[in-house]
Design a protein around this ligand. Structure first.
Ligand code: F6R
Length: 243
């Protein structure tokens, strides 16, 4: 694992964007695996700026996102489709038909999940998968469990997650109860992985996930077995790594 320790969130965002930009420049038709959440926002802003300066070209890039709420239409401002459009897609020259996000409005779970995995495979697999890290070690919507989920699947959101997310909705009743997510196995198939972490509140889980035991109770710990992982974090998030 390569670890980059940066001073602050801005520097983390610039470094993460540089890793993604290097991928785009080296392979202009890369398949990028993308994430939502607050941590990657700065990296997306930096990529947009480099695109606007004429330094990056997304015209041949394809993307596949990690996850999406089930039951939320794309135009709902809490959908991950909306997020990606808002933070990246509408600002760069990526073709909308090259951007892929699980379809939250597909009621047939088996169809959506097998279809998403088949799609990733048909694209030739993910070249670089960007990830954030949940406080309990989740990646995508893969929450602590007694096994690692292999492929794209539908998860029941934990009560804690619904509670945490309800601030974004008018009421807790409106928070989706389920989500589609790539499995840990899907994520592990990516050729390269880039994880971004920031803030003191991530310090414990960063240490546990990358230097603790490999267990489905900490889904991100599986990444220890991946051959090409880059961890980009600020001093606070990496503060417990004395290794
Ligand atoms: C996002 C995702 C989540 C987040 C994680 C960390 O698509 O799947 O696993 O990466 O919850 O979120 P932030 O970056 O908000 O701390």
């Amino acid at each position: 694992m390569r670890i980059y320790e940066l001073n602050d969130y801005l520097a983390v965002s610039r470094k993460a964007a540089a890793v993604i930009a290097a991928q785009i420049i080296a392979k202009p038709n890369s398949i990028l695996g993308l994430a939502t959440g607050s941590t990657p926002i700065g990296a997306y802003q930096q990529l947009v700026q480099w695109y606007q300066n004429g330094d990056l070209d997304f015209s041949q890039i394809s993307s596949v996102n990690l996850d999406e709420y089930k039951g939320l239409p794309r135009d709902n401002d809490q959908s991950y489709y909306y997020f990606m459009n808002d933070h990246l897609f509408r600002h760069v020259n990526i073709a909308s038909e090259h951007t892929h996000i699980p379809n939250g409005m597909e009621p047939d779970t088996a169809k959506e999940c097998s279809g998403y995995d088949a799609l990733i495979e048909s694209l030739g697999g993910v070249d670089l998968q960007l990830l954030g890290l949940g406080h309990n070690g989740h990646i995508g919507f893969n929450e602590p469990a007694d096994h690692f989920a292999k492929s794209t699947h539908c998860v029941d959101l934990q009560e804690r997650t619904i509670e945490a997310n309800k601030r974004f909705f008018e009421s807790a009743d409106e928070v989706p109860r389920q989500a589609y997510t790539m499995g840990c196995g899907t994520i592990m198939k990516a050729k390269k992985i880039l994880i971004v972490v920031s803030g003191k509140d991530k310090a414990k889980i960063v240490d546990k996930a990358f230097f603790g035991s490999i267990t489905p109770q900490v889904p991100a710990s599986l990444l220890q077995l991946h051959q090409d992982v880059t961890l980009v974090g600020d001093k606070e998030a990496l503060s417990l790594l004395d290794h």
